[in-house]
Design a protein around this ligand. Structure first.
Ligand code: ADP
Ligand SMILES: O=P(O)(O)O[C@H]1O[C@H](CO)[C@@H](O[C@H]2O[C@H](CO)[C@@H](O)[C@H](O)[C@H]2O)[C@H](O)[C@H]1O
Length: 447
């Protein structure tokens, strides 16, 4: 039966958010057939119950009488469909089926309950063939030629995805720091319009910030000890500074496009209570974190004591080096979705822009430490990692403040608490997804 096949298959997918917990029940909530001939294309919304938690996922299901070798890696199994047994597979990997989505957006197609949309005023070329991105991701991205990238959200949360909301608003303002949006696909879940996928310009000939940062760290590790990070050929500081500037400009544009507010000290105190609850939950899941709880509580105590309001606005919410791409012209920011797995209301809530600053500072720290893990000279390179991290964090902050981003003296307390709260999130993320990386966020509490 298809539901049995899907139960085994979904648990092994990188984007499956319920790893580590058994699946009690899987059911198909909706099934919409989009292409009827061999190969068949169907859109499924699957509901997965694990204990008292129910999460919905989407899947583009492909069905073929014969399975070509190129699709074997995407196979789910054999199942009955339309009266006979067929091979079922993840259709995101089948270019002959994914072209269907381009056409759907181009013509603003409706196949209840799905609605395809083209961004008003743009043209969509329906000819490029697609490939699935192989990056480690919480979602699945289909790249069409060197033109478009369609991000298919996997775990579905009812409501309009913040990515679509923010990217269309910033593009309409003429921001050069977002990838141009072309189209989206939506449905209705629990009575709410819900974004299923968003298609944007594919930034070809660009590099991911994370890869650039690692190249720089690697270069420094290969230098003789008397060469400082500033003198190393692969120095990243100029890019970190430019990234700080781009970040401040994105924050300025977000503040123009969406409401802003200030939160008063009692609300700041409530924020620290949320941080403490997150810490408590994280300790239950990752007991090693308990040894660092005191450090985190001390930072939250200091934040709870501040006696001035905090400015809030829409922010990125999950800002790190993997979310920024360096094009020939500048840094472009991706994935304005907030932290995956958090409720939509939380991800859309106004927050301090320093939350993003904290995220990027953590990411710079990650880049510095990541290469230590399996380096034969790890112990002697720790000070090099610290030097690289300090230099690039300072450059990022300099670029941020030069471009109008505000970090005044008192903000340091907020920034520090936000960094530790992010590290708590990362501890849980790594324990669930990449346990060998756990020491990286744990080190954040030892500084
Ligand atoms: N517009 C784009 N152009 C080129 N590459 C992109 C684009 N959007 C995303 N990517 C690549 O896909 C990766 C993951 O994208 P992201 O939006 O962060 O997805 P996820 O939410 O699943 O992590 C990025 O790190 C980047 O390498
Ligand atoms: O899938 P997303 O990009 O939305 O974000 C999740 O995965 C990220 C890892 O890919 C994770 O980021 C953490 O690891 C990064 C290095 O791979 C590092 O640069 C970040 O600082 C660190 O937080 C992110 O937290 C998670 O939400």
């Amino acid at each position: 039966m298809l539901t049995e096949l899907l139960t085994g298959w979904i648990a092994t997918q990188r984007w499956f958010a319920g790893k580590g917990r058994p699946i009690d029940e899987l059911s198909i909530e909706s099934s919409t057939q989009l292409a009827a001939d061999d190969p068949i294309l169907a859109h499924l919304i699957i509901s997965v119950r694990q204990g008292d938690r129910v999460t919905r996922y989407q899947l583009l299901l492909g069905l073929r009488d014969e399975i070509p070798d190129r699709l074997r890696h995407a196979m789910i199994g054999r199942t009955e469909w339309g009266g006979r047994d067929r091979y079922a597979f993840d259709a995101a990997h089948d270019a002959s089926l994914t072209s269907w989505l381009l056409t759907g957006m181009d013509v603003n197609l409706r196949v209840d309950p799905l609605a395809f949309h083209r961004v008003p005023g743009v043209e969509i070329d329906t000819t490029p063939r697609s490939l699935v991105m192989t990056a480690e991701q919480s979602n699945t991205s289909i790249v069409y030629g060197d033109k478009y990238i369609l991000k298919q959200f996997r775990a579905l949360i009812p409501g309009i995805n913040p990515e679509l909301e923010i990217v269309t608003a910033l593009a309409a303002q003429g921001s050069s720091h977002v990838a141009k949006p072309y189209g989206w696909i939506e449905t209705t879940l629990d009575g709410e319009t819900t974004t299923l996928a968003i298609m944007q310009e594919f930034l070809s000939n660009s590099s991911e910030g994370w890869a650039m940062a690692l190249t720089s760290v690697r270069d420094l590790y290969a230098q003789p000890r008397d060469v400082s990070a500033a003198d190393a050929g692969g120095d990243f500081a100029a890019e970190a500074r430019r990234l700080g500037t781009a970040t401040a400009q994105v924050h300025r544009d977000l503040a123009r496009a969406f409401p802003t507010a200030v939160i008063e000290p009692p609300e700041v105190k409530r924020m620290t209570e949320r941080f403490r609850r997150r810490l408590d939950r994280a300790i239950v899941e990752v007991p090693q974190l308990d040894a660092h709880a005191e450090v985190a509580h001390a930072a939250y105590d200091r934040l709870a004591d501040i006696d001035r309001p905090v400015a809030v606005q829409r922010v990125h919410g999950d800002y790190h080096l993997g979310q920024v791409m360096r094009t020939a012209a500048d840094w472009v920011v991706l994935d304005f979705e907030g932290e995956p797995g958090q409720p939509l209301a939380e991800r859309r809530a106004l927050d301090s822009p320093l939350r993003d600053v904290a995220g990027m500072l953590r990411s710079i720290e990650y880049a510095a430490r990541h290469l230590l893990a399996d380096h034969p000279d790890a112990a002697s390179l720790v000070s090099r990692a610290q030097e690289w991290s300090a230099r690039n964090r300072a450059a990022f902050l300099a670029g941020y403040t030069e471009a109008g981003g505000s970090i005044t003296g008192a903000d340091a307390v907020l920034l520090h608490a936000l960094k530790l709260s992010k590290a708590v999130y990362e501890v849980v993320y790594e324990a669930r997804n990449r346990p060998t990386w756990l020491p990286i966020p744990l080190a954040a509490f030892q500084e």
